[in-house]
Structure formats: structure tokens, C-alpha cells
Design a protein around this ligand. Structure first.
Ligand SMILES: C=C(O[C@@H]1C=C(C(=O)O)C=C[C@H]1O)C(=O)O
Length: 282
């Protein structure tokens, strides 16, 4: 048996899947590797992880290496509450201006560019920097943040009544296309999956069981989320209602719509098929 190396995005939005694994409520004997999305994307693509939650745009860029695990994603249907563009001027006035992008994200960076190209019709100058609201806003006209960083930044902007324009990218995408937004998928390294099919099935079952357990017993999740993030209970409660970790037919259509726009904006090289473990002889 290979010792599975499983990547865990260290944001609240994946905790409903990982909480019961972390606590040993659902058995998992592999290795959990935690980090921000871009770190895990890179590790997976360099062969240092066997399975991970990956930025959805990276699947389209590396389809030959990946198989999608069924019924798992990080998605939202409208406002996502953790992917914000903060700006000194309204988004439509960002033409020619500087926008700082968090170095932690891949999908949301692509989504921002898609929305700028096709929805807001502005061309900005982008720079990739570490996720720090204050520094980002001091050196540019806009700042894209994701995950727990974005949630804390949003709370600070609201509490301190900072005069920033706030755009929720999940909400803008929904207004633009009417679709949900799939930010991340769970993928398995293709050669690993073909060499260890039984282990992949066991892992899939463990991830689904862990997700189902936490959906039925959410109190441990809330307590852990509060401890880790320092965010108030009301915000967490709302957030866990907003984030979906499912991947159904609607999500698939939404993801393909996103890929269409990524292709139009030259952010991916081809329109890809979704190849899912257990389907069509995979
Ligand atoms: C909704 C989010 O989804 C995340 C966004 C990602 C990205 O932009 O590349 C990657 C993984 C997801 O966990 C978020 O972090 O706010």
C-alpha cells in the first residue's frame, strides 16, 4: 500500500471535508499536507502530492496529469464571502490602474481577469504580491484577496469603515453568467490512480464520509473554525451555508462555462473535458 500524500488547502472552505479526517473520526492513514492553494497546486504538479484540492483553473491547464474525484469541490452560488476585490475606485474605473493580486490564488486570479475582460471591460496592470491588505492597498488601486485572508480583511474594512469599494467575485460571476462558481476540485495524479485503484476508492469513501459526518455534526467544525480563524460565529455560520463542497451536474456546467471564458481570455490553452474517476471506464 502506498502512503497517500493528500493536500489540504488551509482555508475554512475545505474544513467541512477535512475536519473528521484531522480528528480521526473517519480513519485516514496517509499524510496530510497543508498550505495555501498555489503551494499545493505546485506540489501536486511536481509530483509531491498524490491527491489534492487544486485550483479549478489548474485542472484545465494540466488535464493530462489529473483525474477529478467525484462529488467534491469548493463552490458558491452567488456571493462567496471569501473572494474580494478591494479598490479605491469603482471597478469600472480601474482602466489602466494597478491591481495587486494575492500570490495564494490561481482560480480567483483567472476569474478576476475574465470579469475584467468580459463583464467590466477594463484592462488593468497586474502585480502578484503576498496577501496583506494594508500593503496591497498602499501600493495599488485594487487588491484581490482570497480565503481566510479575505474574510479577515473584509471584517476589518467593515469594522473600521475603510472607504474601499468591495466586489465579491462569486457575486459578480453569478450576475454575469447566472452560474455557480467552482473555485477548486479534488484531483488525483493519473499514474497513481491507475496503479492504486483500490486505494483511490478507499480514499474517495473516506472523503465523502468525512464530509457527510461533518454536515450532520457541525458543532466540532464551528468550534475548530472559530479557533483557527478568530472570526465571529455569525460570520462562520453564514460562510458554511454559502460554501458548497459538492460537485453535481450544475457545477460541471458552471465550470465548463468558466473554462470557456478562460479560453477566450487566453488563460488556458484549450477547452477541456472533465475526466472523473469512476466514469466512462476511468
Ligand atoms: C472560495 C475559495 O476557494 C479557494 C480558491 C482557490 C483559488 O482561487 O485558486 C483555490 C482553492 C479554494 O479553496 C477561497 O479560498 O476563498
Amino acid at each position: 500500500m502506498a502512503n497517500i500524500r493528500l493536500g489540504q488547502v488551509n482555508y475554512l472552505n475545505t474544513l467541512p471535508v477535512y475536519h473528521a479526517l484531522e480528528d480521526g473520526i473517519v480513519p485516514f492513514t496517509g499524510q496530510l499536507v497543508k498550505g495555501p492553494p498555489t503551494m499545493l497546486n505546485r506540489m501536486f504538479l511536481e509530483g509531491d502530492l498524490d491527491v489534492t484540492c487544486i485550483s479549478s483553473v489548474e485542472y484545465a491547464r494540466n488535464v493530462e496529469q489529473c483525474l477529478i474525484l467525484p462529488n467534491l469541490s469548493v463552490s458558491a452560488d452567488g456571493p462567496v464571502q471569501s473572494i474580494f476585490l478591494f479598490s479605491h475606485v469603482p471597478v469600472t474605473e480601474l482602466e489602466g490602474k494597478k491591481v495587486n493580486l494575492t500570490s495564494s490564488s490561481s482560480t480567483s486570479v483567472a476569474l478576476l481577469k475574465v470579469l475584467f475582460d468580459h463583464y467590466y471591460h477594463v484592462t488593468a496592470n497586474y502585480q502578484t504580491v503576498p496577501p496583506d491588505l494594508e500593503e496591497m492597498m498602499a501600493s495599488a488601486d485594487g487588491a484581490l484577496l482570497i480565503g481566510d485572508d479575505a474574510m479577515r480583511a473584509h471584517l476589518k474594512v467593515c469594522r473600521e469603515k475603510l472607504p474601499y469599494h468591495i466586489t465579491d467575485l462569486g457575486e459578480a460571476w453569478k450576475q454575469f453568467t447566472g452560474e455557480k462558481m467552482v473555485f477548486a476540485l479534488w484531483v488525483i495524479n493519473k499514474p497513481f490512480a491507475l496503479a492504486h485503484p483500490e486505494q483511490v476508492n478507499v480514499l474517495c469513501d473516506a472523503l465523502w464520509q468525512a464530509k457527510a459526518y461533518t454536515a450532520e455534526h457541525p458543532s466540532g467544525l464551528f468550534e475548530k473554525a472559530r479557533r483557527r480563524s478568530g472570526l465571529p460565529f455569525e460570520i462562520l455560520e453564514q460562510y458554511f451555508k454559502t460554501i458548497s463542497n459538492d460537485f453535481n451536474q450544475d457545477h460541471r456546467r458552471a465550470l465548463l462555462t468558466f473554462y470557456d471564458y478562460c479560453y477566450k481570455s487566453a488563460l488556458i490553452e484549450e477547452r477541456v473535458r472533465l475526466t472523473i474517476w469512476g466514469e466512462e471506464g476511468v
